[in-house]
Write a protein that binds this ligand. Structure first.
Ligand code: KG4
Ligand code: ZN
Length: 375
């Protein structure tokens, strides 16, 4: 997979990721989907053939813009999506060497996410569908993250267990079939990525926290501090990260009061260890107890190097096949939306032009399509 990265004048990073196409010309039965993602701070467009072949994957990241505020500012995100979305779509089509008339359907993330941000992608997708007469498919953002695993793992097929860990979600999901999910565990408070972001801010690493903790932890000692790993009675697959975050904050406050200097890398490594041990522990236990032989991970936190290593090791020990997308497909992108949309398309799912952004869209709720105006 080829990755290009340019920083534009306003600091916005424009990444272009292209997987070389196996076949240059489409067969009659091929399904080519133009996918759009704008649920948070990445404006993205991709062209995906048959759910697994990425013909283009354009990501315009706003991270540099939001860094000065220490987190995503929804109003700024929406405005930036409006500025960038047409350019991303044009670039995605041009890298795929296609025009809108070659596309079989338009897919878009319609929830969950920031409502103003989602609306930009949804409005764009509806406008393209209306103008071209092509089918419109709404995709659940988390369904997209899970489906990122299909892109590079051509032999991965449901059923399997997926650990979805992002800035807004921490879910342990049984993927029964394409588009069929059962949530067996979720966070009771902060999402894993949120915990990374909050702890990074507290120890002075800044935003975005996940990648910075990942990097700092490489220089630190994971045994330096023992942080709590919450277990929830009667809900063994649920997560809780707020106690862990408070333990880090308490340590910092006590050290300040006592005039003790703490080692930033040691805190990062010890915190990261506590998070990834719980995540990998729950995921592997679920595979064993539910009798699944495959585990996949997804979402921004799935790009964490310690989580990838621990899952790899634990899966190997327990005879479980381990799947994870490349880091660029773990964080928000539109290729994953195109992958998820393909399986919806094959099932005949079509949305109407009354599709709306749904900021709190639940995963695995079949009714959601009705609410979104499926035709
Ligand atoms: O999936 P994503 O791009 O957006 C959401 O849907 O939320 O995930 C973003 C989250 C952020 O909280 C970010 O800090 C975290 O993923 N993240 C990481 C790493 N890279 C991104 N967390 C830990 N280690 C990383 N390497
Ligand atoms: Zn995401």
């Amino acid at each position: 997979m080829e990755i290009r990265k340019n920083v534009e004048d306003d600091g916005v990073i424009f990444m272009s990721v292209k997987e070389k196409s196996e076949a240059d010309h489409a067969d009659a039965g091929d399904v080519t989907i133009l996918a759009i993602e704008s649920s948070c701070d990445e404006t993205a467009a991709a062209v995906v053939r048959n759910g697994r072949e990425v013909m283009s994957n354009i990501i315009s990241s706003q991270i540099a813009l939001h860094t000065i505020y220490g987190g995503v500012v929804p109003e700024i995100a929406s405005r930036k999506h409006v500025e960038k979305i047409n350019g991303c779509i044009r670039a995605a089509l041009s890298e795929a060497k296609l025009t809108l008339s070659d596309i079989d359907a338009v897919a878009v993330t319609y929830g969950p996410g920031l409502v103003g941000a989602l609306l930009v992608g949804v409005s764009e997708a509806k406008a393209i569908a209306f103008a071209t007469g092509k089918p419109l498919i709404g995709v659940h953002h988390i369904e997209g993250h899970i489906s990122a695993n299909f892109i590079e793992n051509k032999d991965l097929k449901p059923p399997f267990i997926c650990l979805v860990v992002s800035g807004g979600h921490s879910h342990l999901v049984v993927v029964r079939d394409y588009g069929e999910y059962e949530i067996i565990g979720q966070t009771r408070d902060d999402a894993a990525g949120e915990a990374f972001d909050k702890v990074a801010r507290a120890i002075g690493l800044g935003y975005p926290g996940g990648p910075k903790i990942d990097k700092a932890a490489r220089e630190g000692n994971p045994d330096a501090y023992t942080f709590p790993q919450a277990k929830i009675p009667d809900a063994e697959y649920d997560f809780s990260f707020s106690g862990l975050k408070s333990a880090v904050l308490n340590l910092i406050n006590q050290a300040k009061m006592q005039g003790i200097e703490l080692n930033q890398a040691d805190i990062a490594a010890s915190f990261q260890r506590a998070v990834v041990e719980v995540l990998a522990g729950h995921a592997v236990k679920a595979c064993r107890e539910y009798g699944f032989d495959s585990l996949a991970i997804a979402g921004g936190v799935a790009s964490n190097s310690a989580l990838r290593e621990l899952c790899e090791k634990e899966c190997a020990k327990n005879g479980i096949r381990f799947f994870r997308p490349s880091p660029v497909l773990c964080t928000d992108n539109a290729a994953m939306i195109g992958a998820a949309a393909y399986y919806e398309y094959k099932k005949g799912v079509r949305f109407g032009l009354d599709m709306n952004a749904m900021p709190n869209l639940p995963l695995g709720d079949r009714e959601r399509r009705f609410h979104a105006g499926q035709r």
